[in-house]
Design a protein around this ligand. Sequence first.
Ligand code: NAD
Length: 433
Amino acid sequence: MKISVIGTGYVGLATATVFAELGNEVIGADIDKGKIDKLNKGIMPIFEPGLKELVKRNLKEKRLRFTHNNKEAIEHAEVIFICVGTPPKANGETDLKYVEAVAKEIAQSMNSYKIIVHKSTVPVETGEMVKRIVKVNVKQNIDFDIVSNPEFLREGTAIKDTMEPDRIVIGADSKKAIEIMKKLYSQIKAPLVITDIKSAELIKHASNAFLATKISFINAVSQICGLSGANVERVAEGMGYDKRIVRAFLNAGIGYGGFCFPKDIQAFIKIAEKYGYDFQLLKATHNINEEQKLNFIKKVKKVLRNIEDKTIGVLGLSFKPDTDDMRFAPSIFIISELQKENAKIKAYDPEAMEKAKLILNDVEFCTDPYEVAKDADVLLILTEWNEFKEMDIKKIKSLMKKPLIIDGRNIYNPEDMLREGFSYISIGRKDVI
Ligand code: NAD
């Protein structure tokens, strides 16, 4: 099938590449010329395991190409995926300006029947908005259909998640569009949820809101564990065996970040507000997430007493492991709060350094965890990269001013750290000092 993907970020690039790998003729389009030039040379603009090999293979076999000319992409395809960003406005609502711009461009360049699929995360009723924009701007009387096909991939496992999703959601009101979408997805084995456009749009926001709430729930429980002397890891394990609960997303830490949960939770609160519903549960989810970062900073201040001029080593900057994505990463807030009190920050991340350098000021970026540890008063673990789980902890101890780790991701066992001679503070578990 001839398909185009407009917006080749984390979602668009994975979508375009996987559809090419499945044998379709795919064009990926993006207004960012730098990104497109890199992609056409086989250079990845983002870090995503397995992506580079797949892009290179499909470029070589000419199933995949990239352009910064949306018109070319629109004319090429029968199915057009909109995968542009949907960032938050200052008040938390979704800013749909990129989706609107692409809808207008599609209308103006439409040369035959098109299925316009919004894959970006958008508020319920965006499908109707896109339909209106296309109808108003289309030059000739050309037929088109709107489909909502939300994306559920996780950065770090984007290719696997696109190839083997838990489900495929297709929201449409046209039989023809549903049949074409089913054919497009026929090689991917996953339950198909065929529904109306509004329900499809809501499935995405409801799913992200539920997952974020699960994280905030265990973070709230971690507070009680910390205060009572219980261990949140054991509590999560004991809860997780219950098939109605499941262990995933019950990891206590410094809260969720990234391009999806923070903005999608705020957006869902605003969507509810628009319909006159006060989504109190989600407000609590958000507040607990904010508190979790503040509580972590309190722990740092409590143990260091005065943080002015202290050297604080930070391990992990990306919002989660296996990605270079720094958008809404908790590390940004935590580092800036510590800098307000004149702490000296040294930091390392296996993949996110390039992006972090564009965001964080006055940070000494190091080449590995050992350079961070050298002469540090404390090490903070902010992302649970495997590299940190496998560090030579004895070497780390020998390099630090004092052996003190504050672990925002619970990657070590407190007893092991005690045995290694560390003071070790983590989330919802007994401090070892
Ligand atoms: P991204 O910022 O990485 O990519 C968006 C791309 O769209 C950028 O490369 C940008 O240059 C391009 N773009 C903007 N306007 C354009 C235009 N007019 N024409 C062509 N290209 C244009 O964003 P992302 O992380 O891929 O997210 C995209 C959407 O998918 C968002 O709605 C997001 O909420 C949703 N989503 C993201 C993830 C994730 O893990 N990142 C997962 C599921 C859903």
